[in-house]
Ligand binder design. Structure first.
Ligand code: CMP
Length: 139
């Protein structure tokens, strides 16, 4: 059975552009409950660990530099079938391929600067949430 939690980050370019409120509004209006929320910044080595699964990919260095380039919002979200439902809301990784009405269509600049992260599985959602949040930071 699909789980009811996912993890997201609002990425540095979307935060710098002042779009965090609009993005959180879309998330909440789409029926997600905010379980945990944090305004923080990843160090270079933390960004490298977070995206370790991509370390063999050609874009890994660019991705890590970018994700450490400024503050982000991290959040744990709850909804039925959360991982898939959230991926529908954010749209394709490449904003040029993202459907109308999705967060990436509206706010992403490029494949790398794509406004938001969304977990790709229940297992990764749990790992990614634990990277940022202790039990007492979840409500
Ligand atoms: P995210 O959902 O955070 O998960 C992995 C990230 O890698 C992805 O969003 C993009 O920001 C980035 N990414 C994936 N493919 C590419 C690519 N071809 N070029 C640059 N960045 C990419």
């Amino acid at each position: 059975m699909a789980g009811n939690k996912t993890f997201t980050m609002i990425k540095p370019e979307a935060v710098a552009a002042g779009n965090m409120g609009k993005i959180l509004d879309m998330v909440i209006a789409s029926g997600f409950r905010v379980v945990a929320l944090k305004y923080t910044r990843l160090s270079h080595s933390e960004a490298g660990s977070f995206y370790e699964v991509h370390k063999e990919r050609p874009f890994y260095g660019e991705l890590v530099d970018y994700m450490a380039s400024g503050p982000i919002i991290a959040a744990v979200l709850e909804k039925d079938n959360a991982v898939l439902s959230f991926r529908d809301l954010i749209g394709a990784t490449d904003p040029a391929q993202a459907a109308e009405g999705t967060i990436r269509k509206r706010f992403a600049e490029s494949k790398a600067k794509n406004a938001v992260h969304g977990s790709d599985s229940d297992e990764n959602a749990a790992i990614e949430a634990a990277f940022f949040f202790s039990g007492r930071e979840r409500f």
